[in-house]
Design a protein around this ligand. Structure first.
Ligand code: SAM
Length: 243
């Protein structure tokens, strides 16, 4: 049985897609997706030998070698342009996911959907998507085993049902407070519109972490650190305003 996190990623995949799961580890997602019919075929990509072997074993134990190919390589180098409709990348930092996408830009040309689950650095990833004309069309936030996860689904601008201008349109709140594009990139344009208990828990704990950052860097007597501390303090104020 899939974890709730992987299940929710799975559920985002359109029926009958050709998928690539990059950083697949034990290939749990491709195996489940092929079994459920979400994936007609799958590539499981892994850069590290241990997880690569684990993926191969999982696929052969499931008897799905015909439908799932396990390939060893860095990021999108394991697929060719036009080979898949959907790419899933889960369980890594947002900066790493963005760098995998960035280094494989040409492989994204015919991809119809990205389903991404950054562990941290969601803002870096949303910024990358925006800069590269991918539109976030759905977001999920969930808590499992004491950890909070975000799932971001994006489509190419040309086929997206909604435009980036609309997704990141600043939202005026009560009391003259404005939810700016910067804050939307950080907090998630869909997640802010229907905040749940998990959303508030996430941002309360983020604020605690950010306060720790301010504490540690404001002790420095370097101008650049003091500027950074002031910037993070402003961010804390902005976050508190919108929560
Ligand atoms: N995607 C699975 C999940 O969400 O449960 C596994 C997540 S695991 C924490 C991250 C995996 O990504 C590791 O198995 C690691 O070897 C792999 N990985 C890290 N960088 C990679 C890269 N550049 N290309 C392919 N795989 C990578």
């Amino acid at each position: 049985k899939l974890s709730n996190r992987l299940q929710q990623i799975h559920d985002q995949i359109p029926e009958g897609s050709r998928i690539a799961d990059i950083g697949s580890d034990h290939a749990l997602l491709p195996v489940a997706a092929v079994r459920s019919g979400k994936a007609a075929s799958a590539v499981a990509g892994e850069v590290n030998p241990g997880p690569y072997e684990a993926a191969r074993k999982q696929v052969s134990d499931a008897g799905l070698q015909e439908q799932i190919t396990v390939r060893r390589g860095d990021g999108l180098e394991v697929i060719s342009t036009g080979e898949v409709d959907v790419i899933t990348i889960a369980g890594m930092g947002g900066a790493l996911i963005a760098s995998i996408l960035d280094r494989g830009l040409s492989k994204l040309e015919e991809v119809k959907m990205l389903i991404l689950q950054p562990n941290v650095g969601e803002d870096i990833l949303r910024r990358w998507l925006l800069d590269h004309h991918w539109v976030v069309v759905a977001e999920q936030l969930l808590e499992e085993d004491g950890k909070i996860y975000e799932i971001i689904t994006a489509m190419p601008q040309a086929s997206s049902p909604i435009a980036n201008e609309e997704v990141y349109l600043a939202r005026p709140l009560e009391g003259g407070v404005v939810l700016t594009k910067e804050l939307l990139l950080r907090m998630g344009p869909y997640l802010v519109d229907r905040p749940t208990d998990v959303f508030f828990a996430k941002w309360e704990s983020e604020i605690v972490k950010l306060k720790g950052v301010v504490q540690s860097i404001s002790k420095s007597d370097q101008d650049s650190s003091r500027e950074k501390a002031a910037e993070v303090e402003r961010l804390i104020v902005n976050l508190k305003e919108v929560l």
